[in-house]
Design a protein around this ligand. Structure first.
Ligand SMILES: [Zn+2]
Length: 122
């Protein structure tokens, strides 16, 4: 995936047009991710390190952005995490997403909002 090389290995945020690990995936930029705050080439060196950081960032920090002003108002956390490059994903990610969603209770939308109208006191 060509677009994967622009994504943070920990949180999945696109760093476009910057390459966190260079064109070949071997030359870390040592920039800081605006989202999860990892330093490319340091905290995200290896799958286990990425998984450990990701779980901490989601389940302990509840996806705090290291640069809060860059967080989109309509930020779609599950979409971003599910878009993490395949090599750096883990089955555990879905559980982390669930924990985050239950902790933050995002505004209802779509069918969930309809459901809430039909069943007040949900
Ligand atoms: Zn990140």
């Amino acid at each position: 995936m060509t677009e994967d090389k622009f994504k943070c290995r920990v949180c999945g945020l696109s760093q476009f047009p910057d390459l966190p690990w260079g064109e070949d995936g071997q030359q870390p930029s040592f920039n800081i991710c605006d989202c999860c705050g990892v330093e490319f080439g340091y905290g995200d060196d290896g799958l286990q390190a990425c998984l450990r950081l990701r779980r901490h960032w989601i389940e302990v920090e509840y996806c705090h952005w290291s640069s809060p002003k860059d967080r989109p108002a309509d930020w779609d956390m599950p979409a971003q995490v599910r878009g993490i490059p395949a090599r750096y994903k883990a089955p555990r990610d879905e559980e982390s997403i669930r924990i985050y969603q239950e902790a933050s209770e995002p505004p209802l939308s779509g069918l969930a909002a309809l459901d809430a109208i039909e069943k007040p006191g949900r």
